[in-house]
Design a protein around this ligand. Sequence first.
Ligand code: C5P
Length: 285
Amino acid sequence: MTHLEVPAYAKLNLTLDVVSRRDDGYHDLCMVMQSVDLRDELTLEAGPGEGVSVSTDLAFLPSDGRNLAAAAAQRFFEATGKNLALSIGIQKHIPVCAGMAGGSSDAAAVLRALNQLSGADLAMEELIRIGEAVGSDVPYCVLGGTALAEGRGERLTPLPPLPPCEIVVCKPGFSISTPELFGRLKGKKLRRRPDTQGMLAALEAGDLPGAARRMYNVFEDVLQPRQARTVEEIKNILIAQGALGACMSGTGPTVFGLFSARPQAEEAAERLQEEFREVFLTRPV
Ligand code: C5P
């Protein structure tokens, strides 16, 4: 039996633009993604044989093939022909159904770990292609860091890193269905689009305030009124507490703010904790 412990980092969307609707039911996106050190911890036990099992410390999460970590392992074995008996344990810290790619990140961590454990030694490109079949956010999670994601999310360009900063993350106590939110875009004229080119230039220049100012997610425009009010409230608190910029991540409802100094970020987190249960202080990785 081989034992391996691997981290699975959460992602945040510094920008999210929906470019067009595709014939296959998906949408072409344009997103600047950033991984952060808020992470799940995975333990893999592998040995000769076959069969994949998953257990997590959250009883409501699926432990069968619906768990993206199990789906990723199956896809990896199919693609490489290198089967293993695999048991995956996941300690969840990334909020679930939050727009932070928690499940996709677990799947990506499994792909990277199996690439090492099985001796398959696939190139990053091949691992990303396997991830694509598991979910739209998995390719980015395999790559990690700061990256531009286009197409369904599988066309990736590594970017200069977001300058060092403190990030306050707040997940309100409701969930948003991803397919439903994409559905709400239909026939909707978006009032605002993120300045992706400006974001890329700010990253190139190592300009943290410039990057923070350009953060925007078009899904903020199609939320239900009550959800929109909560997202706006969190953004207002973050900005009032000194955030350089604030934005919703993915299909929400998580909102985050970038700070240049730790004490301000800590105060902002304390202020948000008065109203919200899931508040985290994190950093880019
Ligand atoms: O690929 P994944 O299973 O993560 O996607 C979940 C849902 O999100 C899809 O069924 C689709 O409704 C929507 N989606 C989309 N365009 C994308 C990614 C996801 O329409 N690029």
